[in-house]
Design a protein around this ligand. Structure first.
Ligand code: NAP
Length: 258
């Protein structure tokens, strides 16, 4: 059994997931760096985590595929013998960003499988391991963090599937929080605003202008580290009498203004 706590972060080869993996490595976790295809980027993250004193493991797995999810959890368990934290971060935007009147079923299935079904069933698998590890005294507790989005509360008609999948994460977070409270596992939702990453790179100019015009009260791009800070606080027991909560990391975007 690993001495340091273990954190499985999905989609940790780039962007927000990378920021979270490195922040957690610094905070004393050994991270499992999951990715889908980009092994070079994942190895770079592993190198950075090693430099920070952690012993990372990289595992390619598509969270949208059931057999991959099972293998991801089993390989994590075999290697570390514990699972203190799951961060459901991997996600894709709406393919082609089509207007909702042109949205395709293929795109819908891809988004829902990656952004909602994957996190749900991965949480289920992780929860079983966390419950066992807590009952056997291997680890003091468990935490699940779901990376949602401001798109859960703000509609974009060119990303309807994305917005709906993220909105459903709210109920998913509350359901797992209630079910796992007696098991010593806390569950949170983190909603980033507009964050600099490969996901937002194609729409950079569009957001640049809107941020300048006051899209969020704090007029700047969010960075992966901004989200990572919050995840690390949640993961290290700072909110031990809170579960099911939603945390915005969005420069105040969610505040209604007149
Ligand atoms: P990103 O830069 O596009 O990175 C996506 C990461 O997820 C990569 O590591 C990618 O792996 C991985 N990934 C994609 N599909 C996967 C799958 N099916 N199975 C496993 N891994 C998969 O994205 P990001 O901007 O960091 O976004 C991360 C999360 O934050 C997403 O859930 C997103 O919805 C959410 N979010 C982002 C923003 C934003 O402004 N960027 C705002 C709100 C919420 P490969 O490298 O192998 O492709």
């Amino acid at each position: 059994m690993n001495k340091r706590p273990t954190a499985l972060i999905t989609g940790a080869s780039r962007g927000i997931g990378r920021g979270i993996a490195e922040k957690l490595a610094k905070a004393g976790f050994d991270p499992v760096i999951n990715y889908r295809a980009n092994s070079e980027a994942a190895e770079e993250v592993a190198f950075a985590c090693r430099e920070l004193g952690a012993s990372p493991l990289t595992i390619p797995a598509d969270v949208a595929i059931a057999a991959d999810r099972r293998r991801l959890i089993e390989e994590t368990w075999e290697h570390f013998g514990r699972l203190d934290l799951l961060v459901n971060n991997a996600g894709i935007t709406s393919p082609g960003r089509h207007d909702l009147l042109e949205l395709t079923e293929e795109g819908w299935d891809q988004v829902f499988a990656t952004n909602l079904k994957g996190p749900f069933f991965l949480s289920q698998l992780a929860a079983h391991k966390m419950i066992t590890a807590v009952q056997e005294g291997v680890q003091p507790g468990g935490v699940i963090v779901n990376i949602s989005s401001i798109s859960a509360i703000a509609g974009s008609t060119n990303r309807a599937d994305y917005c709906m999948a993220k909105a459903a994460m709210r109920m998913m977070t509350e359901l797992f929080a209630v079910r796992l409270a007696d098991e010593g596992v806390r569950v949170y939702e983190v909603c980033p605003g507009v964050i600099e990453s490969d996901m937002t790179a194609p729409v950079r100019e569009h957001y640049e202008a809107r941020i300048h015009d006051g899209l969020s009260p704090i007029r700047r791009w969010g960075r992966p580290e901004d989200v990572a800070e919050v995840v690390a606080l949640l993961a290290t027991g700072h909110f031990s009498f809170s579960t099911g909560d939603r945390f915005f990391v969005d420069g105040g975007f969610h505040i209604r203004r007149l």
